[in-house]
Design a protein around this ligand. Structure first.
Ligand code: SUG
Length: 450
């Protein structure tokens, strides 16, 4: 067990937006992705918006990490599906015969690292190590292509076996559908108190009821239970709650689109959980510190406004004086009901939230990814931070290097018809090869491993 709990700090590892970022309408039940299909994307702007978010949180005193994007287009995936010939021939043939597959293998969806996996801090784990399980993301083809490289990236960075341990991806089958930390919230008191882990699922694989009718439920109870078991979490440390099916049908495809927790605070929309009272009661019974629920009722913010603004996809960050800062996407400011709620209810209310920071992550937002989707939270002790491999903790020099790298390699315009351009694939590989040197991760991409 950790003996220096006060050195615990949350590091947010943001995913870099990859060079093939585009709008392909790939995600059923994700209204932004469905609405923006075919739009011309600006990968350079997307990557710079992400880097600016990281930099401003670094400047505000928060610990910030960075995770590399994935190798795209995934030409290997097209070969597995029967396309053959040179890389250019594979791309051209896919563009002609299966444009939807070409779009899928070009997706830069790994930017949403809240779906990279589930993480348990050493303080809560029986062996005193930080535990990782990459999410299988089996509910969509474009995201199912992520877990292998995600696993390699996590193992390259959290390599030290004394401090970190990695579990296998759950079986990639509907019964174990897993979307990672987007459906997992750790609640706790201050300064190294053990946490209670809230796992939110959309359906039960076996004997389920109350399922959504329009859109898929992406997380199963069975997957969440398996991850908790892998990490050695006990019944006393875990709460499993079902997401409200009506919320899923309104476009809430992950719990982090409707709730966010930090410390003892759970900020959530009235429609987040199927059994709201039962969920709060169980959390209260298991937490050492009193839970601070901050409930937003439908009268204040409708489900529709919650989904359109991504108010709940905010980052809730702890400050040294016990207050918290909410990092919201720009879309919240543009929505009258939401902005009123932020000012008059969240900031003015009797809760630790004392500041709101607005960030522009529009390129990601148009695909349904807000500030919270873009980051994987990893709570680390000082010793664990020192044991990280690679150059992945953001400082001013790394920010400058990454910004220059984006400006050197990224396009400022990418339309669906550009995806078959063999030059895009070459540019992307050249950029990623340079990135692994910059981040000192070693070889993590299929093209580097041979
Ligand atoms: O899985 N969008 C992602 C957005 C993920 C947001 N993550 C969290 N809520 N944590 C998804 O739906 C759209 C890609 C496209 O349509 O081009 C996409 O995959």
């Amino acid at each position: 067990m950790n003996t220096q709990p006060s050195s615990l700090r949350e590091v947010n590892f943001d995913g870099l937006v990859g060079p093939t970022h585009n709008y392909a309408g790939l995600a059923a039940g994700n209204l932004a992705s469905m609405r923006h299909e075919g739009l011309v994307a600006n990968p350079k702007e997307g990557a710079l918006q992400g880097l600016l978010k990281m930099k401003s949180l670094l400047d505000a005193g928060y610990a910030q990490g960075v995770l590399p994007p994935q190798q795209r287009p995934d030409i290997g995936a097209l070969r597995d599906l029967g396309f053959s010939g040179s890389n250019s021939e594979v791309l051209a043939s896919a563009a002609r015969k299966a444009p939807q597959l070409l779009r899928a293998v070009c997706s830069a969806s790994s930017m949403w690292t809240a779906n990279a996996g589930t993480v348990t801090p050493s303080l809560d784990a029986p062996d005193g190590r930080v535990h990782f399980t990459p999410a299988n993301l089996q509910s969509s083809f474009h995201r199912f292509l992520e877990p292998q490289t995600t696993g390699r990236v996590l193992q390259a960075i959290f390599r030290n076996e004394q401090h970190f341990t990695h579990h296998p991806v759950l079986p990639a089958t509907p019964a174990f559908s897993d979307e990672g930390a987007a459906n997992h919230t750790r609640l706790c008191g201050e300064h190294g108190e053990p946490g209670v882990h809230l796992f939110v699922y959309g359906r039960k694989a076996f004997g389920g009821e109350h399922e959504p009718r329009r859109y898929p439920a992406r997380q199963t109870l069975e997957a969440s239970q398996a991850v908790a078991r892998q990490h050695g979490l006990t019944e006393a440390q875990t709460v499993f709650a079902q997401q409200h099916p009506d919320a899923i049908d309104a476009g809430v495809f992950h719990n982090d689109v409707i709730a966010v927790g930090n410390g003892a605070v759970l900020l959530y929309h009235e429609m987040a959980f199927l059994d709201e009272q039962g969920t709060l009661d169980e959390l209260r019974a298991k937490m050492v510190t009193p839970l601070i629920p901050v409930r937003v009722p439908v009268e204040a913010v409708s489900l529709e406004d919650a989904v359109a603004s991504y108010l709940f996809n905010s980052q809730l960050l702890s400050n040294p004086d016990g207050t918290m800062t909410l990092v919201v996407p720009g879309e919240c400011q543009e929505n009258e009901a939401v902005w009123r709620t932020v000012q008059n209810y969240l900031l003015a209310g009797n809760n630790p939230i004392s500041e709101v920071i607005v960030k522009d992550v529009k390129q990601s937002m148009r695909n349904g990814g807000g500030p919270a989707c873009l980051r994987l939270r990893v709570v680390l002790t000082e010793a664990e931070r020192a044991a990280l491999s690679g150059r992945v903790l953001l400082d001013n020099a790394l920010y400058e290097d990454l910004t220059a790298w984006v400006n050197r390699h990224y396009r400022d315009r990418l339309a669906p018809e550009d995806l078959a351009d063999p030059q895009l694939a070459k540019e992307s590989l050249a950029a990623l090869d340079e990135l692994t040197q910059l981040l000192r991760t070693g070889s993590v991409y299929p093209f580097q491993l041979g």
